[in-house]
Structures are given as structure tokens and as C-alpha cells.
Design a protein. Structure first.
Length: 230
């Protein structure tokens, strides 16, 4: 069965040849739209996933805040009510920008006299952060996926969590026999890749100098950048 969100994403990629498809923004806008259209869903999402009490929330996306003496911030999702202000930053295949969460924290602290402030960080992969002096909590897209499974009677939500699954954002629930077969070939494949890199490393070193490897070992680049490289 066709998935409307996959179809739209594929259509964008087809008509924007050579331009990177904005998967993070695309996925974030879908989630925000679903939450904004259903107040009960939004309340449960805030209470159960973001661990923030309350109700009567509203949702905004790509909201810009001016930060004095620093780079301005454009927040993926801003969720608020009379007592609460929450920034939700979503990542799929990219990493946190330079001091991005720290800058968001600075913005939130401007509202401490009037709001209870919260900073939330959602990622596809495990990416532990330690953000102090604010109510900070991390989630993963798999948590959102599992939460949405409770709303399978809604066709649009079903399309969205199926989209998350097809984008490999549903977590380990999708581990199957094919994955086992891949793992059986994993070491052999890595060995072949290492041979290829070893063959070109001397020439690259002569031209560019020794490869920079700190926290950029080839294997670490697979989940971070979807590549195996020096």
C-alpha cells in the first residue's frame, strides 16, 4: 500500500535533483502537524513522551529567537501554554550544531520569570548529551514511533509511523532474519573495506598528510554520516 509521506518525500527528491532532501524538516513538520490537529494527542505526547505535565498546549515550528552576542536560534518545534515553554530539537541523520543546545538553553532562560522552561532533544541514533541548569530530557524517534502505535485507528498517524519504520526510525523492533544475514557478512565486508582504504591511504598521506582520525574512525562514521571513509 502506498504511503502518502513516502510519496511526497520521493516526489520532492525527484523534482529537486542535486539538492539534499530535508528529511529532518520534512519529518518534523509532519509530527508537528499531527500534534497541532489533535489536542488530546498533543497532551499525551507532552505528558508521556516529553515528560511535561499540563494541557491546552499549542505547537509552532521553525520559530526564530534573537540571541544577543551569539548566533540567532531557529527552533524546530516550540510547544507552549500559559505556564510552559518547551523547545524540541529533532535530528535524523545529522548531528547537533555547534553549541546548538547550549544556545537554546540561553534563549529559554530569558523566559524563566514567566514560564516553566524545558529543553528536549530527539535523535535517530544514540547521542548522549549532558545539558545542565535546565530541565533537559532526550528521546529517540523510536520512542515517538512506539507512542504513535497506540493511535493505529487514525489513518494519517498510521501512515506516519509506517513512514518512520520505512525510514529506519522505528528502532530495534524491525530487526529481522534479513538483518541476521547481513550481520553474518558484516566482518567480511568491513575487512574488504579496510583493504580498499589501506591501499589508498599512503598516496593520500603523501599528498594531504596523515588522516585526521580522532573520533572519525571509519566505523564510527557509518551511523553518523552513512559512510566508511578516511
Amino acid at each position: 500500500m502506498d504511503n502518502i509521506f513516502m510519496n511526497l518525500l520521493n516526489l520532492y527528491a525527484k523534482n529537486k535533483s542535486g539538492v539534499k532532501t530535508p528529511i529532518e524538516d520534512f519529518t518534523t513538520e509532519i509530527l508537528a502537524s499531527l500534534l497541532a490537529k489533535d489536542s488530546d494527542l498533543l497532551t499525551h505526547f507532552m505528558n508521556e513522551i516529553l515528560l511535561i505535565e499540563g494541557n491546552h498546549f499549542k505547537v509552532e515550528t521553525q520559530k526564530k529567537y534573537i540571541l544577543q552576542d551569539d548566533t540567532d536560534c531557529i527552533i524546530d518545534v516550540v510547544i507552549s501554554n500559559q505556564e510552559t515553554l518547551c523547545f524540541l530539537e529533532n535530528k535524523v541523520n545529522s548531528l547537533e550544531g555547534y553549541k546548538q543546545l547550549e544556545r537554546y538553553k540561553k534563549v529559554l532562560h530569558q523566559f524563566t520569570k514567566h514560564k516553566n522552561i524545558y529543553l528536549r532533544y530527539c535523535t535517530k541514533y544514540y547521542d548522549l548529551k549532558k545539558i545542565s541548569n535546565i530541565n533537559f530530557h532526550q528521546i529517540r524517534w523510536r520512542d515517538i514511533y512506539r507512542f504513535l502505535l497506540n493511535y493505529a485507528d487514525n489513518e494519517t498517524i498510521t501512515d506516519f509511523f509506517n513512514y518512520l519504520r520505512r525510514m529506519n526510525m522505528a528502532g530495534a523492533d524491525d530487526f529481522n532474519f534479513n538483518d541476521m544475514q547481513v550481520m553474518n557478512q558484516f566482518l567480511s565486508t568491513i575487512s574488504k573495506l579496510d583493504e580498499c582504504l589501506d591501499a589508498v591511504t599512503p598516496e593520500f598521506t603523501d599528498i594531504f598528510g596523515a588522516p585526521y582520525s580522532y573520533d572519525f574512525e571509519p566505523l564510527k562514521q557509518v551511523p553518523k554520516f552513512n559512510r566508511y571513509a578516511i
